[in-house]
Design a binder for this molecule. Structure first.
Ligand code: HGY
Ligand code: MN
Ligand code: MN
Length: 406
């Protein structure tokens, strides 16, 4: 049964990969028609697994599988259906579909637990559209601040407007949030997005902690001008300053143990081949397992940016967008997951997550655990993301075992 269900999960990942907001590749930002189409498909799969389905005020898709008694608490099994730009087909999606398959397995055995199970597909984890991650899980845990709703996307549509157009209700977010007392906990299945499981020849791993991160946006402002007439020594080229900073980010991260830092977006204005850039905006993503090390690195990056701006006669603005601390997964769920992995016949290992997950948000609300599935070459946030159907079957067995134990 597990192998057949795993094959279905793989086929469904392929089907969802075709639902994109862009002609080429998989790009499914939050609250778009593409996400709506994905929800429609997934709703059908949830229903046929025996769940009743609704969307909460934040547009998260929820499939509920009832307990075997009334007044029971709920275990949430979740992940996300939104993607990065030109994404792979498993980041987020795999976790949602494995959860549905696990419910399908329960339904076939006519099994109900002493707790209800809600499969939640978070609507906005990656933050691609509004530059704000974990919107869905922050709303579910009652921690989405009203200012976030005012953030605009590239077309000037606010998060509140996009959520409303999607069918959500920005006014109801607080009332619709869960209460920690009602929950058993939170489980997330996700591809590893790193190479450790593959190196150890293991299909699965238990997540120990999720690394903290800071997301910032910097703007260097100089003077736009003619590419053919302004002498080099008179220029205040914002793009050259931003480029110098991007290289400094790389150097600082390379020389600081276990620090990773990335400039993934760099936009010059006005952006023409014969115009010196008057302004350049860039994103900065800084992560470390140790929050103090991350804070120290940010401090160093800030002074480097200021020094670059000063030496080039540029003006610098630095905006802290989002920060989250390193969070440890619940000791109880970690132990339960390790036991489940062992019971199914694999060596239970633990590993930290360098990527952020909704589980990190839920871990500050209820007991949370994460199961990683090996992915080929550790590749993710790239169209060549790949997982093996055998590993998905192994994950399904472990989830089923976990559900029996917990
Ligand atoms: O950016 C991240 O860590 C994740 O993929 N949301
Ligand atoms: Mn991701
Ligand atoms: Mn993800």
């Amino acid at each position: 049964m597990h192998h057949e269900l795993a094959a279905t999960v793989m086929a469904r990942c392929d089907e969802l990969a075709a639902i994109s907001a862009e002609r080429h590749g998989l790009t499914r930002p939050a609250y778009t028609p593409a996400l709506r189409a994905a929800h429609t498909l997934v709703t059908g799969w949830m229903r046929s697994a025996g769940m009743t389905v609704y969307e909460d005020a934040a547009g998260n898709l929820v499939g509920s599988y009832p307990a075997n008694r009334s007044a029971a608490r709920t275990l949430i099994i979740g992940s996300h259906l939104d993607t990065v730009r030109d994404a792979g087909r498993y980041d987020g999606t795999l976790g949602v579909l494995v959860a549905i398959a696990a419910i399908e397995a329960l339904q076939r055995q006519e099994l109900r637990m002493a707790y209800g199970i809600d499969v939640v597909a978070f609507a906005d984890e990656e933050g691609l559209r509004f530059g704000h991650s974990f919107t869905g899980s922050l709303a579910l845990t009652g921690r989405l601040t009203p200012e976030v709703l005012q953030i605009n996307d590239a077309d000037g549509v606010s998060l509140a407007e996009a959520l409303h157009a999607f069918g959500g209700d920005p006014e109801m977010l607080a009332q619709d949030a869960r209460r920690a007392d009602d929950l058993v906990g939170y489980l997330e299945i996700h591809i590893e997005q790193g190479p450790l499981l593959e190196a150890q020849d293991l299909p699965l791993g238990v997540v120990s902690a999720i690394a903290g991160a800071s997301h910032c946006q910097l703007t260097f402002s100089g003077t736009a001008g003619h590419a053919g007439t302004v002498p080099m020594e008179l220029r205040h080229d914002a793009l050259a300053g931003a480029a110098q900073f991007a290289l400094a980010v790389e150097t600082i991260a390379r020389t600081t143990p276990d620090l990773v830092a990335t400039v993934g977006e760099l936009t010059p204005h006005p952006g023409a081949s014969n115009v010196i850039a008057g302004q350049a905006t860039l994103s900065l993503d800084v992560r470390h397992q140790d929050d103090d090390m991350r804070a120290q690195a940010l401090h160093e990056l800030q002074s480097r940016a200021a020094a670059i701006a000063q030496s080039r006669g540029l003006h610098l603005t630095w905006e802290d967008r989002q920060q989250w601390a390193t969070v440890r997964m619940s000791p109880h769920f970690r132990e339960q997951l390790r036991q489940a992995v062992q019971a199914v016949g694999y060596t239970p290992i633990e590993l930290p997550s360098g990527a952020g997950h909704d589980a990190g948000i839920l871990a500050e609300f209820t007991q949370a655990g994460m199961l990683f599935v090996r992915c080929q070459g550790g590749i993710s946030h790239h169209p060549s993301e790949a997982v093996a159907v055998e590993d998905v079957a192994a994950a399904l067995k472990v989830v089923e075992q976990f559900l029996m134990q917990v």
